[in-house]
Design a protein around this ligand. Structure first.
Ligand code: 8IG
Length: 277
């Protein structure tokens, strides 16, 4: 049976936190690392940082871990890695994000974050490639996420689970990142459902309601991370100006190219930020 068909999260009766505990046990068995301190999800453009974080203890396909499935998109690596930083922290590197637009539901979107929490991680670093609304932002520029607006009309929380999201994106961790790179700007991340990019009118709406970054991930994952009690750092690589902010049409290739070009610089930044944690 394929991993896809055997994914326990497709069973509505499954407890997603129990599935995450089983996934964390898989990771302990495969890596020999009992507790991971930090987890980082690598979005488009951020992939090269895994090597720079420290010594790789183990690297394995995400499909070896309960509840994970193969990546849907080229450019998204379906690999998990356990890295030990020079300061001795164990980092779980997640190269296997499930996007909301894949249509597998919020449990699958939240699974990597819940697994990281069950593996012991107290800090969740979420990175992504995204569109920029602030006119001054250039493709290839990394920015900090200061807050989000969840435009998916969905939530990883089930039932009457009232989670406080004040300070969701930790000021302490944003200040830590700025101590590494004082030029880092920050903005409000708007998660759209995707997979289509926004219309210019939707980008204007996002701008009007206080958004600066448009993307298709991260907000739902950040909510799940906060529910799990983790401290969250969010970083976006601006790969393109959002639709209508730039006058030319958006292309997936442009997004890939901008990510590839910025990769060495932002990967080293991310490694230094995590190395300082
Ligand atoms: I990379 O312009 C990337 N991801 N929603 N809009 C949305 N997601 C994105 C964009 C963008 N660029």
């Amino acid at each position: 049976m394929s991993a896809q068909l055997s994914n326990p999260l497709t069973d509505p009766a499954a407890d997603p936190f129990e599935v995450a505990r089983r996934a964390a046990d898989d990771i302990r068995r495969i890596t020999g690392v009992d507790t991971h301190d930090i987890a980082v999800t690598l979005g488009s453009g951020w992939g090269k940082s895994a090597e720079l974080l420290g010594e790789t203890v183990a690297q394995f396909p995400a499909t070896e871990v309960t509840g994970f499935s193969a990546p849907a998109l080229e450019g998204h690596v379906g690999t998990l890695r356990s890295v030990r930083t020079p300061r001795g922290k164990h980092v779980l590197v997640i190269g296997a994000r499930t996007h909301y637009y894949e249509g597998h539901g919020v449990r699958r979107v939240a699974h990597s974050v819940r697994t990281a929490a069950a593996a012991g991680a107290a800090t969740m670093v979420l990175t992504n490639g995204a569109g920029g609304i602030k006119p001054a932002w250039k493709p290839g520029q990394p920015v900090l996420i200061s807050d989000h607006i969840n435009l998916t009309a969905d939530s990883p929380l089930e039932g009457a689970t009232f989670v406080d999201l004040t300070d969701l994106y930790s000021l302490r961790l944003r200040d830590l990142a700025r101590s590494i790179d004082p030029s880092l700007d920050e903005g409000v991340y708007c998660q759209f459902r995707g997979p289509q990019y926004e219309t210019p009118a939707e980008v204007q709406m996002a701008k009007t309601i206080g958004g600066h970054i448009v993307g298709m991930s991260t907000a739902l994952e950040a909510i799940a991370a906060r529910q799990a009690g983790m401290e969250v750092l969010g970083l976006s690589l601006i790969t393109n100006k959002a639709a209508g902010i730039q006058t030319t049409p958006l292309s997936h290739q442009e997004v890939i190219d901008a990510g590839r070009e910025a990769e060495p610089v932002i990967s080293s930044l991310l490694a230094r930020v995590i190395g300082a944690m």
